[in-house]
Write a protein that binds this ligand. Sequence first.
Ligand SMILES: Nc1ncnc2c1ncn2[C@@H]1O[C@H](COP(=O)(O)OP(=O)(O)OP(=O)(O)O)[C@@H](O)[C@H]1O
Length: 518
Amino acid sequence: MATPVNIIVGSHVWVEDPDEAWIDGQVTKITGKDAQIQTTNGKTVTEKLSKIYPKDLEAPPGGVDDMTKLSYLHEPGVLQNLKTRYELNEIYTYTGNILIAINPFQRLPHIYGSHMMQQYKGAPFGELSPHVFAVADVAYRFLAMINESKSNSILVSGESGAGKTETTKMLMRYLAFLGGRVATEGRTVEQQVLESNPVLEAFGNAKTVRNNNSSRFGKFVEIQFDKHGRISGAAIRTYLLERSRVCQVSDPERNYHCFYLLCAAPAEEVEKYKLGKPQSYHYLNQSRCYELVGVSDSHDYLATRRAMDIVGISEKEQEAIFRVVAAILHLGNIVFAKGKEVDSSVLKDDQAKFHLNTTAELLMCDVKALEDALCKRVMVTPEEVIKRSLDPQSATVSRDGLAKTLYSRLFDWLVDKINNSIGQDPNSNFLIGVLDIYGFESFKANSFEQFCINFTNEKLQQHFNQHVFKMEQEEYTKEKINWSYIEFVDNQDVLDLIEKKPGGIVALLDEAWYNIVL
Ligand SMILES: Nc1ncnc2c1ncn2[C@@H]1O[C@H](COP(=O)(O)OP(=O)(O)OP(=O)(O)O)[C@@H](O)[C@H]1O
C-alpha cells in the first residue's frame, strides 16, 4: 500500500482500531510525521501518517461490485466495500476477474437455484452481479472457443471455514448444469462427481474449532469434457490428509465424521462390529465433543451409504470399509502394561484382549501376528531377522502408527474406487480443474501439518503473484501500455527459506533425518 501524500488537517481517513480493525475519522492535527485523528467512535488517536489511509467520501452507499472501481485500493477501503455489500446480502464481489466470496453462514437458495444458473449461462463476465457461476461460466466458455479451446483451473482459496468447499460444490453443480447430459441408463458422470462429496466428507472432514465440517485434506477435481463440451469423465486427486487426527483429538474438536456415523448406525450394524457409544473409544473420548448441533449422525450414516451406492461402491465393499473403521476404534482401545522382561509389554487386561481379538477379527488377520506387530519391532539385517520387544509406551506409538496408516490407506482406496467408478475419458482434450485446498492455519500449538499446509498456501500465493502481477505487467510492457509499477509483497523469500536447496528448512530436516538413520 503506497503512503498517502495528500493527507492534511480536515482529511477523512481510516486508522487502525483494536476492536474494529479499521475505523474512520478526521485528522485534527499534524505534527511532523504524526497525525491526530478524531474517530467516529469518539476516540482521539495519534498515528503515523504512513499508517493512515484516505477515505473515499464519494463511494456509493451500496459499495461497488468490482473493487477495481474503488478510488483507493487499500486494505480499509477494500474491507469497507466488502462489509457494505455483505450487509446488503451481496456475498460476492469482483476484483477484476477474481471473485471474492464472503461466507453468509446461512442458506441463500435464491442465489443458487436453476433460474440463476440459466441467467448466468453464456452471459458476458461482469454483465450480471458477481457470482461463482460467472467464474465457472468463463472457464467453460474457454473450452467452447472454436480453434482456441483451453483447459482451465479455478483455485478456491481462503482460511479454514471461509467457504471453500461450499464454493467448490457450487462450481461443480454449475459445470454439471452446463456440461451434463440426460441420464439414459445408470448414473451420469456429473451425478457421481457430486455424490462423491458426501462420501469424501464423511471420511475426510471433521469438526474443528473453526468449522463443524472442516475438510482435513486438499482436493483437485478434474472435470473432463468431450469435443461437444459435454462432461465425459472426471478424476479426483486428494492431498495431505491430516493423519494425526485419527489418534489425537482435542476439545472441542472431533475425529473424522465416519467414526461417529458408524457408532450411530442401525443397531444390527453396531452389534456386528461390536461397537458401543463414541464415549467408549480412546480415539474419540480425548475430546468431550461427540455430537454436532443440527446434525444427526444416524441420518448421515444412511445418507453416506446411499451416496456410496451412487458412486459405485458395492454392498460388500461398503461392509469392508466400515469393518476397517470399526477396527481402528477397537485398535485404539488396546492398552499395554509392562511385561516381565525389561522393556517389554503385554496386554493390560481383559478389555485390551477383547479389543485386540475384535481388531484381528475385523481386519481378518491372525491375533498373535497382530499382537506381535504391536509389541515387537522387527529389524531385518542382511544376516538375520531380529525381533526386539517394545516397552508399553513404544507399543502405544506403534499401535497409533498402525491406526494412522490404516486410515490413510482406506481414504486413498476410497478415492481410487470413486475415480475408477466415475471413469476417465482417455480421449478428452479439455478439462476444468477445481482446486479446494485447505487454507492458512494458525493454532495455539502448530504441528508439522500446519507447516505443510501453510507452505502449500505460500506456494499458491506465489503462483497468484506470478499470474496476476508479474504476467500482467509483462503484458503491459509488451503492448506498450503506459503503466506505473504495482508494488506487491513477494513471498519468494519465505519459499526460499523453506524449500531452497541447500540450506532450506526442508533440506536441513532431510539432512538431520539422514544422519539419524545412518
Ligand atoms: N455459500 C454459502 N452459503 C451458505 N453457507 C455457506 C456458504 N459457504 C460456506 N457456508 C457455511 O460455512 C461452513 C464452512 O464452509 P466450508 O466448509 O466450505 O469452509 P472451508 O473454507 O472449506 O473450510 P475448511 O478449510 O475448514 O474445510 C459450511 O458448512 C456452511 O455452513
